[in-house]
Design a protein. Structure first.
Length: 247
């Protein structure tokens, strides 16, 4: 197992607190007709009025960049490859903890906030008229599970783990770290908003929550965590203590 950290761990909590405060403030702003809601309506209406067929299909393809299940499977494979290289189960533990953290945070929020999607309609959830400013508020429709955007969360967390797992295997990948981390959130935010799959604010909230979860995951000293006996048998004598998983 390598003893070289992939990148410095987050050491200060001020960014976590600031991002969480942004999510709380945005969530509150979406409970009443505010500028945030008007921006959401304006973005949806503009996209609906400027969506030629070719652009629609381009956006549909781009949207797969944030698809959770394929990303999780690819990340699991990367974690397994790194675990084999390091002869340690710890990369797989990082994946498992992250997977459940995302589910336990985002899933309940979607169920609790009761916000419908931009194209939610009266005919079994489909067709116009679409929600106006009042219909786009949180806590207005129990059928809504749109807030926050899970795709946006995925682009932050899973690409962060992919970079962390793959860079020790393919060091040249490190030079593209910033591109891999920034491009998916930007592309998916555009595609979801353009297709009206999500409100624009939901992408912002999803990315913000993803940043917080990611920073918490990378702040854990995985290389120092004591393992139960049934997991220690996967740690071979070739392992060198002190390896870190980071961004």
């Amino acid at each position: 197992m390598t003893t070289t950290p992939l990148a410095p761990r987050p050491r200060r909590w001020w960014l976590d607190v600031l991002v969480l405060a942004f999510v709380v403030g945005l969530t509150y702003a979406l409970t009443r007709v505010t500028a945030a809601v008007h921006v959401d309506i304006a973005v949806r209406d503009f996209a609906d009025a400027h969506r030629p067929q070719w652009a629609y299909y381009v956006a549909r393809v781009v949207n797969f960049v944030g698809q959770g299940t394929p990303l999780a499977v690819i990340t699991l494979i990367a974690a397994a490859l790194l675990a084999r290289k390091w002869r340690s189960i710890r990369p797989l533990l990082v994946f498992v903890v992250t997977y459940f953290a995302v589910g336990f945070v985002i899933g309940p929020l979607k169920l609790w906030t009761d916000r419908v999607a931009p194209h939610y309609g009266p005919n079994d959830g489909f067709g116009p008229p679409y929600p106006d400013a009042h219909g786009a508020l949180l806590f207005t429709n129990p059928a809504g599970e749109s807030y926050p955007s899970g795709h946006a969360v995925n682009t932050i967390i899973w690409y962060a783990l992919l970079v962390a797992f793959l860079t020790p295997l393919f060091p040249a990948l490190g030079r593209y770290r910033t591109l891999i981390r920034l491009a998916p959130p930007i592309l998916v935010t555009w595609s979801m908003s353009y297709l009206a799959f999500h409100w624009f604010s939901e992408a912002l909230a999803g990315m913000a929550l993803g940043i917080v979860i990611e920073r918490v995951i990378f702040r854990v000293p995985w290389e120092k965590l004591p393992l139960p006996a049934f997991l220690r048998r996967f740690e071979t004598s070739a392992q060198q203590p002190g390896a870190t998983l980071s961004r």
